[in-house]
Design a protein around this ligand. Sequence first.
Ligand SMILES: Cc1ncc(COP(=O)(O)O)c(C=O)c1O
Length: 427
Amino acid sequence: MDLLTVRALDALIRGVDALPVTDHPFFFTWSPQATYRPTVLHGGEGVYLDTDDGRFLDMGALVYQANAGYAHPKIVSAIQSQAERLCFAMPGAVYPEKTELAQKLLAHAPPGFTKVFFTLGGSDANENALKMARMVTGRYKLVSRYRSYHGATMGAVTATGDWRRVAVEPGIPGVVHVMDLDHGVEGTQIPRVLELEGNVGAVLLESIVGANGVLIPSPDYFAKVRAACDAHGAMMIVDEVLVGFGRTGKWFGIEHWKDENGEAIVPDMITCGKAITGGYATLGAVLVHERVAQRFEEQCLVTGMTHYAHPLNVTAALATLKVYEDEKLIERAATLEAPFRASLERMREKMPDLITANRVRGLISGTDLTFDADGMNRLDEELRKRRVMTHLKRRVNALVLSPPLSISEDELADGMARVEEALEAVR
Ligand SMILES: Cc1ncc(COP(=O)(O)O)c(C=O)c1O
């Protein structure tokens, strides 16, 4: 019996109207399948994506990874020539691009970082950082925020504070969530929680919270967290999966924070993913500080994957990071912050009934909207009509924008005009 017949019978038996049917033989993520609206994707160039519904201006960088834009010839040809040169490797293999990529990542990390552990994406970067923290501290407890997303695998999703955690609870043991950055919550609860909880092995935090609405901690936040971790023997792990590689106008979001002496905040580990390859391949990484790395000189590092540092992914990352450097895309994100912020603020002044706040850093913004669910659906439609892709965060009533860092000022102005028109049309 085919799927259609099964569904029709099911509908008959249960006395409900025939269910909508998707005819795709694969799952769509984080969604009921029947109501999902997929995008039929053909290709892309620069900041544009070609779909069945026409050419879209991408103000979202797919899901925040396409920082170099689409069809970049240098990245594409690097992958092609790597495929011809060396297209396989065992985890223990050494080859030049692997070494070069690790060196480049460490060169952009805060002072004292000496080793890289490669992963397949952001979730398993967090997963492996948590494993390393357990191995080094001998403690299993973890503190993270409710307002966070850290990935879909069991450990990372347990650390996650948002709705995606709840479906698979109880998850891993020992995770304590704090209210930091939630509406109306000032400062940080972490020092007090570490004290009361005892035996916490790690604190896992996004530097700037991305998918939960772009939340930016106060200037003294990370100095306090660092001091509390030091006082209580917990590892400080900063999740840069979404904002790392230039999204905020710096290589890593944590660089926006300094301690009271104006020195860099130095975490114990930094997790990366997404824009490390610009979306051209799939890779993540854990950057590890010397004080953690040296522990594994004698102690066994009990973790690894079959596709650890696969050459195609490594080369894609190396070529992408070179594009970020050569084309000064990270500086560009910092420069474009001013016009980006100005146009968002203009919209807020024009539509104070719709827009209650903008949070902007580099080329990522979170805009709080007063729409109800119906308003959000209508906004979605109006944005689609204007062929502009964004991130509509229905659960936190926010619009998140994150264009490729390669966007020109004119393209950015065009994107902002389309967003403004869509908001006005819903109003
Ligand atoms: C902050 C953060 N951490 C981790 C992840 C998980 O990364 P991935 O989806 O590549 O596994 C994401 C993905 O959205 C993220 O935004």
